[in-house]
Structures are given as C-alpha cells and as structure tokens.
Design a protein around this ligand. Structure first.
Ligand code: FUB
Ligand code: ZN
Length: 609
C-alpha cells in the first residue's frame, strides 16, 4: 500500500523547540543568509554584469547556494512568513529568464566565465546546480502560484535530457555531485512528465559503469568512490566517499525504489542505510569522519575532534531516512531523523540564528596558539573550528538550514489507506484529507504525547528507540518500532524520559571507556564554560544522580550529574595517585555548544564506575 507524504504545507507547529527554531529561521536566519549572499556577490552574479578584474567572480556552485535560499524562502512563505521577499525573488527569477540560453541551459559561471566549456567538466557542478534550481522552482510555484521559474527549469531539464540521455554529447555521463536525481523525481511528481523520472533513472543506473565517459579509466577505486562511482549503485554495500553526495544519491535511490517498486534498489538502500547508521554515524547523527575529503572513512572510525559532520551531510541523511520511511514504516528510519533534528542538524546554526557551523565536531580541545597551530598537519590546523561563522567561502550549509527548518513539517507524519503514522512528536495540528490530527506535547522536554484524531483511519505511533518504558492505557500491537492502535480517536502516551549514559561499540576506539549522556532524543555535552578547562579530568558517575535544570538557551533541560574531577596534573607524566574529588558536572544539549564564547567541549566523558 502506497505510503503518502503529509506535507509541511498541511502541518502547523504550534509551540515547543521546533516552533522556536522555525520562527527564528523565518525572522533571523533567512535574512542573515540573504545579507551575506548580498555581501559576497552571490545575488549580484544574477545581474550577469561581472567582468574580469571585478571582485566577487561568480563561482560554479553559487547558483545552488541561491537556489537553496529561494527554496527556503518559498517554504517559509507557505508557512505564512517572509512574504515581503517575493519581489526580491521575482527579480532573480526574471534574471534567470533573461539570461538562459536559447536551448534552455542556465548556469551563471559557465555563461560568464567559461562560455565554451559547458558540459565538459563533470566536477564543476552544472547538474548539481540545475537540481537545486529545479527544487527551488517547484517550491516557488507552490508558494506563489507563479510558474515562470518552473517553465525555465522544465526547458532546462528538457535540454539536459537531450544532451545526456539522447545525444550523449556531454563529456561525462553522470553528475560529479549527486542532487539532480532527487530533484528530477520531484519534477516528475510535480509535472507528471515520465521523461524526468527516466532521466533520474538514467543518472542512477549509469553511475559506476566503467564503460562510460565519466572517468579517463585511470582513476583508482578510492578516487571513484569519492562520488560513489566505484560500483553500480545496486552493488554498493557501504557508505563511502563524500557524505553529502552519498546521501543525496541514496535519497534518490529510495524515491526510485518506491515509485518503481524496485526491490533490488530498495535492498541496496537498506544495506547503505544500515551501514551508515550502524557503523559510520556519530551519536549526534553526524556523518563524515574526515575533513580531508568531506567523507566517510571506515566502519567505527569516528574521531571526535577531527569529525567532519557537515551540516549538509546531516540534512542529507534526514532526507534519505524520510524517503525510506515512505518505502516502509520502520522506526529505524524515524529514530535517525529524530537523532538528527534534535542534535546534529540544529547544532549547525547558532541560538541567535545568524552564524553557522560547516563541521560539527564532538570535541573541542584546548585552544592552540597560532604558532602551535602552524606546526599542525594541515587537516588538523583547521581542527576543529571553535566558533560558528556568518558565511563560508563555500556556503552550502546556511541555505540548507533555511530550507530544512522551514519544511520540518515534512518529517512528522505520513499515511496510507489504513493508518496515519506519527513519526515525530511536536505540538502541532495536521489537516489530512479533511480530517484533523492534533498532537499536544512538550516533547522533548518530556515524553507525554496526547493524540486527537477525528478521521476514520487508525493511528500508528513510533515508539522511540531510546524509550525503555511506555505508559499507555489503550491497547496496541508493536510492529517495526511502531505502536499500532486498532481504534482511532484520542490516545495518550507517555514515553518515560530519564537521563542515561550511552556507550559506543567496542570497535569505536575514539570512545573506548567513555560515556555520552542522553535524555530522550537529546545528546548532551560538557563545556569548559560550566565545568572548567581540562574536561578530560572529569569522570561522570556511572550510577550517580542526574537532575534536570531548565535551560533558557536551549529551551530544554540542562543536566546536573554526580561526578569526580581529577586534580590537575601539570607534570607531563607522574605516578597515578587517584586523588579525585567529588563534583557536580553540568551538561547542556549538544546543539547549543559554542554559543557562549570560545570553550572546550566534549560529548564523550570518562566514567567513574
Ligand atoms: O560541492 C557542493 C557542496 O559544497 C558539497 O555538498 C559540500 O560538501 C561542500 O563541499
Ligand atoms: Zn554544506
């Protein structure tokens, strides 16, 4: 039975953390990104008047940055916000219309800087930018009813179809950075044009084919793995290479598996999802262990200070997981989405909403002097960035935050003919085919959830993977992590939420002997701002008391835990003396670290048995 999405357009988040985050995105973050994009010339590039010698030379992925921002503004407009930005976006759309090529092609960098080189360089993001523009055009039509942008993008896509799938006249066959595939599925679902679905299938099925012209055939297996071109996708079993590229591709694979009933492709998606989340994901939901190539490395290789965990990568994993939920309702997907939306995605933006992390480490050590830093290996020299910044040279993450936060309602519910599925718990209402679903909760402050539903279909509710005890008066059956209630109507559930210590797999050497603290879906960390420097001298009591203390900054609870602190040792080496003293350790939700100035931080703590 087809599992239908319930779009954010039909969901209103009324209160709680995500209500705050969504409002902050509309009131602060969308404008912060707009201002930085204006400062750096990303919007000026749409005037097509840059000439050699001028500052802010157009860059080959700027189209995508602006496209994601337009998509975020559009979604926020659908939520009833940011309407005053419509004329600004209209002008950008007008410029696209004016400067697209006669055959429909549109790309600022290749038009202004390498006019004769279009479709010759697989790694210069032409198809990636086209994908984000397609998504933006669909979003803008939904927000405004205006379809010129969408018309420009269907013309562009018809051109891409002709060049890649018919003439095979480009110097490569598949995109160097996946994204267009999932956008083409959206375009197919928006227009009903089968050719767009076929083009998505073309790009997915031709990836990893050694006989096409994607490589000069002297690339190593590892080099091809960077963009998951090392094997045909159906043969892939491990998440390798660039993390964002990987999960955008996996997301498209999940869409195609669902639409075509392609069991082989679904099998590949299941394998790749399981390898990602069970061996290559940080406890915060972050993915990407290496900054060097922004990529996965090996099973259980999860260094904390050197963690890459790009904000886009976490968003792309949520996109993949949500599409898997559309294939099969199983809490292994929605549990990961929950892990991401309360930790590894939202850590990517400051609590003021105006500065961003590109990388989201799980440990920030003592601050090195510039001289010390200068002697570190290059990849460590950046390690880790200690404070969020307002803009990056490569600014893919901030607009990704804009569009994800505005459309978080896409991740809450889905439905088939028989059931309404409740995947995430937010104080919200949803209009589902004329029926009204109301969820009343303060989750994740506590685990009490009240469900009111006036429709005929039955309700299935995810039992969070972290939950050991459920209090619920109504009868239900468990299946794949969901509580299936046989009678509709109102249901009250409590997922009993207590702080707990988590340990990592034995093979995850970076976390050996350590524990992280979670309360419900929220991962915690310690900062020197609360606990003093040398966080490695802290030991959390394995069976001590952990109390809650409401924390305004996070709008969640901070935790106060029993622990010990080792006396500071200044000699480089000395005999172990065990002179620890009792102390209270204050832990804050991981997503709010680095909001109080430069501070050491750690998610993983020594444990005092
Ligand atoms: O290449 C486009 C985007 O820039 C990638 O998805 C990010 O990892 C960043 O490298
Ligand atoms: Zn990014």
């Amino acid at each position: 039975m087809e599992i239908g999405e319930i779009s954010f357009k039909d969901v209103i988040i009324k209160s709680g953390l995500w209500h705050t985050l969504q409002n902050r995105n509309a009131e602060k973050t969308i404008y912060a990104v707009k201002d930085r994009f204006a400062d750096t010339g990303r919007f000026d590039a749409f005037e097509f008047n840059w000439t050699d010698g001028m500052k802010n030379k157009p860059h080959f992925f700027w189209d995508s940055d602006v496209a994601k921002w337009i998509q975020g503004v559009s979604y926020s407009m659908i939520n009833g916000e940011n309407r005053e930005l419509e004329p600004f976006v209209d002008h950008l759309v007008e410029q696209i219309g004016k400067h697209r090529w006669a055959d429909g092609y549109f790309n600022i960098y290749f038009t202004m800087c390498e006019k004769d080189m279009r479709w010759t360089n697989r790694r210069n993001h032409e198809l990636y930018c086209a994908g984000h523009l397609i998504e933006a055009a669909i979003a803008y039509k939904h927000a405004t009813g205006k379809d010129e942008f969408l018309k420009y993008m269907t013309d562009y896509t018809d051109h891409i179809y002709k060049v890649f799938a018919v003439e095979r006249s480009a110097s490569f066959t598949t995109p160097g950075h996946q994204e267009i595939e999932l956008a083409l599925v959206k375009l197919y679902e928006e227009t009903g044009e089968k050719k767009y679905l076929e083009l998505a299938e073309f790009f997915i099925d031709n990836r990893g084919d050694k006989n096409n012209n994607d490589f000069q055939n002297d690339e190593t297996y590892e080099q091809r793995a960077y963009d998951q071109s090392h094997l045909p996708v159906r043969e892939q079993t491990k998440a390798v290479g660039h993390s964002v590229r990987a999960c955008y591709m996996y997301a498209a694979m999940a869409d195609l598996a669902r639409i075509n009933g392609d069991k082989e492709l679904l099998g590949a998606c299941r394998r790749l999802f399981d390898n990602t989340v069970n061996r290559r994901m940080y406890i915060t939901g972050g993915i990407g262990s290496s900054y060097v190539k922004e990529c996965f490395t090996a099973d259980y290789d999860l260094p904390n200070a050197e963690a890459y965990n790009e904000t886009c990568a976490s968003i792309s994993l949520a996109m993949f997981a949500n599409r898997m939920l559309r294939c099969e309702v199983n809490s292994k997907y929605s549990d990961i989405i929950e892990r991401l939306i309360y930790n590894g995605i939202i850590s990517g933006v400051s609590v003021r909403g105006t500065s961003f992390f590109y990388e989201n480490p799980l440990s920030v050590g003592r601050k090195l002097t510039d001289e010390e830093n200068g002697f570190m290996e290059e990849y460590k020299r950046r390690r880790p960035i200690r404070q969020r910044v307002e803009i990056f040279e490569c600014s893919c993450c901030p607009p990704n935050i804009n569009r994800f936060f505005a459309s978080i309602g896409d991740y809450l519910y889905s439905a088939d003919d028989e059931y309404i599925y409740i995947h995430q718990f937010m104080d919200s209402t949803a209009d589902i085919g004329g029926d009204r679903l109301t969820v009343t909760t303060e989750y994740p402050l506590d685990g009490k959830v009240k469900i009111t539903w006036n429709g005929k279909r039955k309700i299935a509710v995810r039992r969070p993977g972290w939950c050991d005890k459920v209090i619920c008066g109504a009868p239900y059956e468990m299946k794949d992590g969901y509580m299936y209630f046989e009678n509709g109507g109102d249901t009250e559930i409590e997922f009993v939420m207590t702080p707990c210590l988590m340990t990592a797999a034995s093979a995850a050497e970076a976390d050996s002997g350590k524990a992280a603290v979670m309360r419900g879906p929220v991962v915690y960390c310690v900062e020197a701002a609360d606990n003093g420097e040398n966080l490695g001298d802290l030991f959390i009591a394995a069976h001590g008391d952990i109390s809650c203390d409401y924390d305004e900054m996070s709008q969640l609870y901070a935790l106060i835990a029993d622990g010990e602190r080792r006396a500071e040792q200044t000699e480089l080496y000395a005999k172990y003396d065990g002179r620890n003293t009792h102390c209270k350790i204050r832990l804050i939700p991981y997503y709010t670290f680095a909001n109080r100035g430069d501070s050491e931080m750690s998610v993983w703590l020594n444990v005092k048995p």
